[in-house]
Design a binder for this molecule. Structure first.
Ligand code: HEM
Ligand SMILES: *[C@@H]1O[C@H](CO)[C@@H](O)[C@H](O)[C@H]1NC(C)=O
Ligand SMILES: *[C@@H]1O[C@H](CO)[C@@H](O)[C@H](O)[C@H]1NC(C)=O
Ligand SMILES: *[C@@H]1O[C@H](CO)[C@@H](O)[C@H](O)[C@H]1NC(C)=O
Ligand SMILES: CC(=O)N[C@H]1CO[C@H](CO)[C@@H](O)[C@@H]1O
Length: 423
């Protein structure tokens, strides 16, 4: 096994992220003084906040599965068969046919979950649950049970979904509907919450600070840029190039750019274009017809792209054959990253860039051997570790979050030898 050290693209400067310096568990030897007040995402009338978040009084859960249309057989959070290669939605399963979101339905930064909600694999109003997420990922996309539970747990714990009701908004802050007690839990920002799960340099979403807080809506200009780079083949190599392009753009244009450990998840999300979205009836090619349907992207006569109002499973779509596992996605994350490595860290107040230290990230460089035992634990560590986060200092999982992860996810990871979180 070869250890891979990545050459710096930038020289880390002495000045720093003011909030990191005193945080426990963070090596701040790189960091110096210099404070700047950052704008906080604070709810209220802010984009993505509770005041503007749609409210659908008619909350219906996901369409139930039945014996006639069982898909992978996943229901109520239990493992399904993990055998894909079937058509979704099945012919005749009208309960899972496409229904465009209405003005009262919540949608957010994740095309995979938005499409699932539009097809009633998740609650159509966008207020979903842990079990719906685990079932939908398996039945619709043939995500492996290990990864499905991990992503659902990440969604609930990192974005402050509710660990009692196990509810989560797939977009804006809907605390009144997700929380068992808004007074006790405080606000639960949902998947739009910036720099928890949602990060800068997404494929098709604006950086938070560049868009007045709207980093979750589809941006047709960015989709067009992605297509220009990929030319209708959204494979790993092409998407790695596009990820570098987006990184460079954010670095140059966004004075508050922060590329922290959670952005590893953006490489995972990018891999979904060529691992989860491809259509068996198109020979599993990650082609433009398929990808544009899942993103709800439509091309205008002048060549520009815009949102058509709904992410949709393409017609005649059959899902992947083998389950997409935790190890599969972690290998894709590392491989895509290593094709065009960049520094982890962020732009600082004085206009320089600082690298960070966290786990396998040393001085901004990710040093991890593909196939090393720790590799399998990478995503698990993101769910249980203290993660540097730009706006919120360091995200430290609460005891409740750790015991939630322990009950839902740890059994899958015990055998991998990952250091289990203590609660
Ligand atoms: C419980 C499971 C999941 C959660 C909590 C989740 C959450 C998220 C979040 C918060 C983002 C925004 C990241 C950012 O741009 O900063 C995102 C992006 C994305 N997700 Fe998901 N996701 C889940 C499962 C899936 C699945 C199953 C698919 C694929 C079919 C998918 C496809 C994507 C893609 C392609 C993006 C990138 C969008 C872009 O950058 O424009 N996700 N997801
Ligand atoms: C979309 O992204 C482009 C490129 O980053 C940016 O110039 C533009 O302002 C964005 N458009 C919207 C509506 O946010
Ligand atoms: C995209 O990937 C394909 C297949 O690997 C390759 O032939 C093509 O040149 C790539 N496109 C660009 C723009 O790199
Ligand atoms: C779907 O597949 C059927 C049979 O395989 C075919 O007749 C039909 O034209 C296809 N429809 C689309 C939209 O590709
Ligand atoms: C500043 C900016 O780009 N704002 C955009 C955010 O996204 C909404 C659509 O969701 C646009 O209407 C704004 O112009």
């Amino acid at each position: 096994m070869k250890n891979i050290a990545i050459a710096s693209l930038f020289v880390a400067s002495a000045s720093a992220f003011p909030w990191v310096v005193d945080q426990p568990g963070v090596d701040s030897s790189l960091l110096g003084a210099g404070r700047k007040i950052r704008r906080q995402q604070s709810g209220g009338t802010q984009k993505g906040g509770p005041a503007t978040c749609p409210f659908n009084a008619d909350h219906k859960g996901a369409a139930p599965y039945n014996a006639k249309y069982p898909y992978n057989g996943a229901h109520d959070g239990i493992p399904g068969k993990g055998i894909g290669g079937y058509q979704v939605p099945a012919d005749g399963d009208t309960a899972h046919y496409y229904e465009a979101p209405g003005p009262n339905d919540i949608r957010g930064p994740c095309p995979g979950l938005n499409a699932a909600a539009n097809h009633h694999f998740l609650s159509h109003d966008g207020i979903t649950t842990f079990n719906e997420l685990v079932d939908a990922q398996q039945n619709l996309y043939n995500v492996g049970y290990d990864l499905a539970t991990l992503l659902a747990a990440l969604g609930l714990t990192l974005t402050d979904g509710d660990l009692v009701t196990e509810k989560l908004s797939i977009g804006c802050d809907a605390t009144t509907r997700t929380s068992f007690s808004p007074v006790l839990t405080g606000s639960e920002p949902g998947l739009d919450g910036h720099n928890k799960f949602e990060a800068d340099s997404s494929l098709t979403r604006n950086d938070y600070f560049l868009a007045d807080g709207d980093n979750y809506s589809f941006n047709g200009t960015l989709f067009g840029m992605m297509q220009d780079t990929c030319q209708g083949d959204f494979n790993r190599e092409n998407l790695s190039k596009y990820r570098l392009q987006r990184y460079t753009q954010s670095l140059n244009e966004n004075p508050n750019f922060f590329f922290g450990p959670l952005t590893l998840l953006l490489y995972g999300a990018a891999s979904f274009l060529y691992t989860l979205m491809p259509n068996g009836n198109h020979g599993y090619a990650p082609d433009l017809e398929t990808i544009s349907s899942f993103f709800g992207a439509e091309q205008n006569a002048d060549g520009t792209w815009e949102f058509n109002g709904g992410e949709r499973i393409p017609a005649n779509w059959t899902n992947r054959v083998t389950p997409y596992s935790n190890l599969d996605v972690t290998t894709e994350i590392l491989t895509m990253y290593l094709e065009n490595p960049v520094l982890f860290g962020g732009n600082t107040a004085d206009g320089s860039f600082d690298g960070i230290n966290f786990g396998a990230i040393k001085d901004g460089k990710l040093e991890l051997a593909i196939g090393a035992p720790e590799t399998a634990c990478l995503l698990y560590q993101l769910t249980t570790g203290q993660i540097p986060s730009y706006l919120n200092g360091v995200i430290t999982p609460t005891v409740d979050a750790l015991s939630f992860v322990a009950s839902k996810v740890s059994p899958s990871f015990k055998n991998l030898g990952c250091p289990l979180a203590l609660t």
